[in-house]
Ligand binder design. Sequence first.
Ligand code: AHG
Ligand code: MN
Ligand code: MN
Length: 336
Amino acid sequence: MNRIITLDEFIIHRQKDFPFASGELTGLLRDIGVAAKIVNREVNKAGLVNILGSAGGDNATGDEVQKLDLYANEKLIECLKNSGECCGVASEEFEDFIPIPAVASKASKYVVVFDPLDGSSNIDVNVSVGTIFGIYRRKSNADGPCTLEDFLQKGSELVAAGYVLYGTSTILVYSTGRGVNGFTLDPSIGEFCLSHRDIQIPNRGNYYSVNQGYYLKFDVEMRRYIDHCSDMNLRLRYIGSMVSDIHRILLQGGIFLYPQTRKYPQGKLRLVYECNPLSFIVEQAGGKAMTCQLQRVLDLEVTHLHQRATIAMGSPDMIDEMKAFVEKYSALPTFN
Ligand code: AHG
Ligand code: MN
Ligand code: MN
């Protein structure tokens, strides 16, 4: 049997790849691993305790907040606060970022952005949900509290990013810019163990993932591309939790799309804590991520914490193909 490598062991080992590493990033990743275990425990018993359902309100982007959204949010903040490895967080669930005071006057140089629970409309029906996170080096002066500019950095500035998928098993996937690795939670020992080493996305795949229910609300170029996916006999898979849909594509190849619709003219998904961290992972695995207007996601200017973006990401050859459709059909006069 292969020797088990735990997430903590792997992270510490990788720290040696960064010559001036202070251990802070290592500590942060470990904190996120601990929060993921706590959230996982609660997600797993969601039907048994009074934690299902709506918390009775909307969040900063107008989505209905579920109790587990708030629980996951709280646990992540708690874990990040306690260790003092980060000086601020921004979450889907808060309008503004939250500065974290230094612990034992240790000035931290990182901020963390996250979507505590992604796909939360799936919780009540026992379908996979996830957590998405991104880590930036702060831009503001280390002597004072963090500032908004620390969070409004382009995705290309990410130091690390990842996600946790609470699925048939729970897996944490992350990258610090040197490839992508996945760790499956072994519930018998309570540890994330290396299970997917150096994930490489296939150049093409058999899956496309889009909310086909909005087909008539998409622009013509996107409709033509979706028609093409169907003509090619690709399999449509759409879970409605971006983490789950991207995880499939990362491992098996394919394309994920969330274009603009009339309801969401800028796209629905949020750039800072959904699109950028997952684009970072997809690119690190050899894939591509662009907007449906064909800009690289990681190069987008960030002006607002809850900014939205359209997105197409996945296998590189399929993204190139989608790009060719957009170029061809958006150049034609439309009669729709
Ligand atoms: P969240 O639960 O964090 O608000 O995210 C839900 C997102 C994303 O995960 C998913 O891909 C998308 O919303 C689904 O939206 P539609 O129901 O409009 O397809
Ligand atoms: Mn989400
Ligand atoms: Mn969410």
